[in-house]
Write a protein that binds this ligand. Structure first.
Ligand code: PMP
Length: 362
């Protein structure tokens, strides 16, 4: 019996992707061993690696100018690896500050150059309730890149239109909304995402990068940290996390089988409409701090009238088979993460629970 999992990440994975892994665990395609016991240079694993890349390329329509990489170290390593490759003393990059993950990315850049805050929507209490408007950005045309966090997992805000940054490469941390819908990859110098929300298990980090951009990266840093090393070796410079990439392959195959990113976008918009509908219906009870235009379709945050009610909400929901609803420890309240593996039906179940909760406890 599977529970309804609203965890923020690692998050629930689509059941067919897990069932396929279960069925193949001991004997991968008649080879007498599991995929994780195969050499990463062998025929069997190579086919999985290539399939994961080609599925993603097809689903997103990734142009020839860009390349898919599978790295490790999580999005947190990317916070450092991006400036390590593209900044040097005396050069700067623009950071668009929309939450704690943007702040962490910004802090890592200070080791390599001079990051600039091109905009911040932090409030005096250090919370963020929206993403900025284009006219608020103070961009430096000489910046090495512009960095943004496409979805702010903790504060429940999301960029719905990516900003115009002129000719400067746009670097985006898409850890918590990558693959919620299709995007125009050609607009980005580099996209990165820890896999553990929409894409697969933790342990692999996805990068989609402009080949010309990463070729310009610094060569005076250790090889293992150069994007160009991984690009030249098709992410097989060192042993990649083969099991995690195999699971990503299973998830991507599932995405394709249900109708691709257009279908996922439809489902995600329907889920968001259902949940924000419930919040707006009971606006005095479920208090959503996020400005309407910035509401995330992936992570929805709200607070009940008291901490005791927040706790009761989480406990009652658990009794009804729904977990992962407690807000981040620094933000409090409730957070509902509705990544791709959460179905419209799961959200309907949550919304009926919410309506009932207001009636009985409100
Ligand atoms: N960026 C965002 C937007 C995130 O949500 C997270 C993790 N929740 C991270 C970065 C950090 O990712 P990791 O743990 O993979 O380093």
């Amino acid at each position: 019996m599977r529970i309804i999992n609203f965890n923020a990440g690692p998050a629930g994975l689509p059941l067919p992707a897990l069932e396929r892994a279960r069925d193949e665990l001991l004997d991968f395609q008649g080879s007498g061993m599991s995929v994780m016991e195969h050499s990463h240079r062998g025929r069997e694993y190579e086919a999985v690696h290539e399939e994961a890349i080609s599925l993603l390329t097809r689903l997103l329509g990734i142009p020839d100018t860009h390349q898919v990489l599978f790295l490790t170290g999580g999005a947190s390593q990317q916070f450092a690896q991006v400036p390590m490759n593209f900044l040097s003393p005396g050069t700067s990059a623009d950071y668009l500050m929309t939450g704690v993950w943007s702040e962490k990315a910004f802090d890592e850049a200070k080791y390599y150059g001079t990051p600039r805050v091109a905009v911040s929507t932090a409030q005096p209490d250090k919370r963020y309730t929206r993403v900025p408007r284009q006219d608020e950005l103070r961009l430096d045309p000489n910046a090495a890149y512009v960095h943004l966090t496409s979805n702010n997992t903790l504060f429940g805000t999301q960029w719905h239109t990516f900003p115009d940054v002129g000719g400067v490469p746009l670097v985006a941390d898409m850890s918590s909304d990558f693959l919620w819908k299709g995007i125009d990859v050609s607009r980005f110098g580099l996209i990165y995402a820890g896999a553990q929300k929409n894409l697969g298990p933790s342990g692999v980090t996805l990068v989609v990068a402009d080949k010309a951009f990463i070729a310009r990266g610094r060569k005076d840093i250790p090889k293992i940290f150069r994007y160009s090393t991984h690009a030249e070796n098709n992410s097989l410079y060192n042993t990649p996390p083969t099991l995690a990439i195999y699971l990503v392959r299973n998830v991507l195959a599932w995405v394709e089988s249900v109708g691709g990113l257009a279908r996922l976008e439809e489902w995600n918009r329907e889920k968001a409409a259902l949940l924000y509908g419930a919040i707006d219906r009971h606006a005095d009870f479920f208090r959503g701090p996020v400005e309407r235009d910035s509401r995330s379709v992936m992570n929805v945050v709200f607070q009940l009238p008291s901490e005791a009610l927040d706790a009761a909400f989480v406990a009652d929901a658990k009794q009804q088979g729904m977990v992962g609803l407690k807000g981040h420890r620094t933000a409090g309240g409730i957070r509902v993460s509705m990544y791709n593996a959460v179905s419209v039906e799961n959200v309907r179940t949550l919304v009926s629970f919410m309506d009932h909760f207001v009636k009985t406890r409100g």
